[in-house]
Unconditional design. Structure first.
Length: 399
């Protein structure tokens, strides 16, 4: 099979998902256009040699509906010949976009593919597509699908993770992210500025520098009401060993909603015709599905699978970027995989940095490539979780 190289991995800043957020005045097409223009300006390859654009997007509704991968490439003036595919594997979507693009290049169906994702959560709110799995209790019950916050509280209940534990995890994420921001570690951010729309967004907005354990402890549980409406009883019926569901997650230890877009460029060539050298090589990919009732545990199984299929131990890998879906899932993940803090999410996670659902996986890829280069390290794994137990992991080697 063809080798697969990461020519570049770029992203916009992650902005707060509200009307005051730095990207709110842009529609998804306008936001993606900044990344398309950056790719074009860097002249990695002739645009006519790009075979496909594959983008993840979770809430494909309103401005994000209508195969935004294809439509956005046309909007940005890319050649008509480029195919477009928009996918939804919940919060793993953009990492799966990279996965699908990798398979295309490996199998010689494509030579050069743009993969990534977009989610404008301030303009297309989460759950606004009114999917039956979130709104119809009978369908959700038969499909064994719970909302993500309920799943996070279930994990905390099953594995004796306390409110203090999750708040400490959130504080750690904030401190790491703030350090990375202050030291300009996120090299792959493409600034988003627009004079006519009065936009100037050049760095991640969701980090809260004034976070303390005391401020986190003062927040009310976010998913207790959902539990009272029937989620708790449904979970207790399925997990008979539990006496109650611990509602430990709040706005402070859950992933921050965000607006962002991301793109990772894949090629079958290590060195492009114009002399650009690829930044990394994809060594292996893995896709799994864990127990849907645990909702967000797929990143653990995906990481275990990719380590196993490459005969690696955790100690053999230099850095891990693993989806910080909620604080309890990250704590459980770290305990299960036995990854030291020194190599896990070293620049913070989604609790601090934000989680633009359809774009997060490719953003994590850019963060990993940046950090491998900064530290002069060789190997890294990106792993994401999605609803219903979805999980994807990719092993890369820096060039």
């Amino acid at each position: 099979m063809n080798p697969v190289y990461i020519v570049d991995s770029i992203r916009t800043p992650r902005a707060r998902a509200n009307q005051k957020g730095g990207l709110n005045k842009l529609n998804p097409y306008e936001l993606l256009d900044f990344l398309y223009k950056d790719i074009e300006s860097k002249n990695f390859f002739n645009l006519k040699s790009i075979d496909e654009v594959i983008l993840g997007c979770v809430t494909q509704f309103g401005e994000q509906a209508g195969n935004i991968a294809k439509a956005s490439s046309l909007f940005s003036g890319y050649p008509d010949s480029i195919s477009g595919l928009t996918i939804n594997r919940f919060c793993s979507s953009s990492l799966d976009a990279i996965n699908f693009a990798c398979l295309k290049v490996q199998s010689q169906q494509a030579n050069n593919v743009i993969a990534g994702g977009v989610e404008m959560m301030s303009r297309v709110p989460m759950l606004s597509d009114e999917a039956a799995i979130w709104n119809d209790l009978e369908i959700a019950g038969r499909a064994k699908i719970f909302l993500m916050g309920s799943g996070a509280d279930l994990i905390a209940s099953l594995f004796d993770i306390s409110r203090e534990d999750v708040d400490k995890q959130a504080l750690k994420s904030q401190q790491k992210a703030l350090n990375a921001l202050k030291n300009n570690y996120f090299k792959s951010i493409i600034p988003v500025t627009s004079k006519n729309k009065l936009i100037h967004c050049v760095e991640d907005e969701c980090i809260r520098p004034d976070t303390t354990l005391e401020s986190l402890a003062s927040l009310e549980p976010s998913f207790k009401k959902l539990g009272e409406q029937g989620a708790d009883q449904a979970q207790l019926n399925l997990f008979r060993n539990l006496k109650e569901i611990s509602h430990v997650h709040t706005a402070g230890n859950s992933p921050a909603m965000a607006d962002a877009a991301s793109m990772t460029l894949l090629s079958n060539k290590k060195i492009q015709e114009n002399g650009h050298r690829a930044r990394a090589k994809i060594i292996s990919v893995a896709t799994v599905n864990d127990d849907p009732l645990l909702v967000l545990s797929g990143c653990i199984l995906a990481t275990q699978k990719i380590l196993s299929q490459n005969n690696l131990k955790v100690s053999d890998v230099d850095l891990f970027e693993i989806h910080e879906a909620f604080a309890s899932t990250m704590i459980h993940c770290q305990k299960e995989l036995k990854i030291d803090d020194a190599k896990l999410n070293v620049n913070g996670g989604c609790i601090a940095l934000g989680h633009p659902m359809g774009a997060t996986g490719s953003i994590m890829m850019s963060t990993l490539v940046d950090e491998l280069e900064r530290r002069d390290l060789a190997t890294g794994i990106v792993a994401t979780s999605g609803a219903a137990g979805a999980g994807t992991a990719i092993l890369i080697e820096r060039i």
